[in-house]
Design a protein around this ligand. Sequence first.
Ligand code: FEO
Length: 167
Amino acid sequence: MKIAQEYADAINDQITLEYTASLVYRQLAVDMEAIDLSGIAKWFLAQAEEEVEHAQKFTQYLLDRDAHPVLKTIELSGSTVDNALDAFKASLAHEEKVSESIRNLYRVADKVGDIDSRPLLHWFLDEQVEEESTVSEIIGRIELLAGDGSGLLEIDKQLGSREEGED
Ligand code: FEO
């Protein structure tokens, strides 16, 4: 079934948003390196790579459906953070934006009667639940520390042990 142009356009916007997310995470990695939290920086870099994979998954999907993916302008806020809690709060805010965007894709798919793409969207909906949950848990753990530096270094060490491709 040929993909509706309106839906292909929405997926193109999603591809741009996933690449934007990758750059948001790269900036957060730099922000964490700047305050010597290299484990957390490594975690954000792994996340940045995962966002590129998400963009590629949507890109390949459009190609498979005989549509032509088009990258659009990536807009970044230019803001930085100076502590781990704010970094993960920024991460959660961005993930919530991405989740809503995926839900919107689902709405467009329904509107144009595109049943074929449901497995793809279900994969992304599951992924977003997992990503928001992971980041929320990290925020909760950092908040529990209430400024305890040695506890933060322990979290930095744990997050720095994330392997490539691991959530
Ligand atoms: Fe691709 Fe973290 O959303």
